[in-house]
Ligand binder design. Structure first.
Ligand code: DP6
Length: 333
């Protein structure tokens, strides 16, 4: 075991899934119904400092300068309890976290947050975990977080249990110069979060068919990434996103994350493709649309997206690397 320093800081990227994780076989351990494949997003990052404090009565969580209580804190405490049990330590911790992407715009932060937290907390308690163990640990906090531990283009193999359900890199970030142009669309209603959504997935009569066909889509996606075959990736990723949203919309109660501008962007992307632009869309549990294209056309795609009515802003991200430790400074919180 490495020396315990009791404080560590880590940075992890968010990721966008081309083959989606939706529904668990086992909720508590976050064992997914199917494998998934994603690309890390450089620049859309969470930086987290964890300090274990002898004698503190409870954990403390500060995100973007705001003290977090309630469900957010409970989720972090439950996660830290796993790390504490692994390390044989009962000290409570102070967790100071900052996102580099704007909060409240519906960009998922749980993936980057729990990947950074897994690294920082395990390091602070002197556990030297392999990438695989870190990915398994991050998975317990948020399923998609296990994919933010390795770098670049990443596959989460569903595995048969806790020990073999982890993510690994299919190719490094510089393997393929793709861009993710994220069309931010105004949200009027509070959404149902993914944790609740995963539970509802099985109430859709389409979920079993989606899951049964997943190995075929995973294979197509893997091949497309390794061969840098944009058309093949576009076809399978768009299909996979549409399948997940079909499950969401047919769950009981139904989840409809799309806004009118979401659909407008989907039509626009298909129109561009008919004109020969290499672009495709993929949508997570929210109204924003991730429009993927080769980096050389990102400026034209971004400008085109800005012209779609209802698009508030467009963020840009390139493929990102693995979660990493950084020098601990004094984080504000
Ligand atoms: C639609 O990983 O956010 O983004 O494990 O409950 O935190 P929890 O769920 P989460 O689910 C991600 C859902 C998705 C698809 C994906 O990223 O694969």
């Amino acid at each position: 075991m490495a020396e315990r320093v009791f404080s560590a800081t880590a940075v992890a990227c968010s990721n966008i899934a081309f083959i989606k994780y939706w529904g668990n076989r086992q909720d508590r351990l976050r064992l997914p119904a199917n494998g998934s494949i994603s690309m890390n997003l450089a620049g859309l990052e969470t930086r987290t400092q964890v300090r274990f404090v002898p004698g503190a009565a409870r954990d403390r969580l500060v995100i973007d300068g705001q003290e977090v209580e309630g469900e957010g804190l409970r989720r972090v405490t439950a996660f830290l309890d796993i790390v504490r049990a692994w390390a044989g330590c009962e000290w409570r911790a102070e967790v100071i976290s900052r996102n580099t992407f704007p909060s409240g715009v519906g960009i998922a932060s749980s993936a980057s947050a729990f990947a950074a937290l897994a690294l920082a907390a395990s390091r602070a308690l002197g556990l030297s975990l392999s990438e695989r163990e870190l990915s398994r640990l991050a998975r317990r906090g948020s399923g998609s977080a296990c994919r933010s531990v390795p770098g670049g283009f990443v596959e989460w193999q569903m595995g048969s249990g806790d020990s073999d359900s982890f993510a690994f890199s299919l190719a490094p970030a510089d393997h393929w110069a793709l861009a993710d142009c994220i069309a931010l669309i105004s949200t009027q209603h509070k959404e149902v979060g993914s944790t609740e959504g995963h539970r509802l997935a099985w109430s859709s009569p389409l979920q079993e068919a989606r899951v049964a066909d997943a190995p075929r889509r995973l294979e197509q996606c893997r091949r497309a990434i390794l061969a840098r075959d944009f058309q093949a990736l576009a076809q399978v990723a768009e299909l996979d996103s549409d399948l997940m949203h079909a499950v969401m919309m047919t769950s009981a109660p139904p989840l409809l994350y799309w806004q009118p501008a979401t659909v407008a962007v989907m039509h626009q992307v298909r129109a561009w493709r008919r004109q020969g632009w290499p672009v495709f869309y993929t949508i997570d549990a929210g109204p924003n649309v991730h429009v993927i294209c080769p980096q050389e056309i990102h400026a034209q795609v971004q400008a085109g997206l800005r012209a779609v009515e209802g698009v508030r802003d467009v963020l840009l991200a390139f493929p990102g690397g693995a979660a990493r430790w950084v020098e601990s400074g004094d984080e504000d919180g």
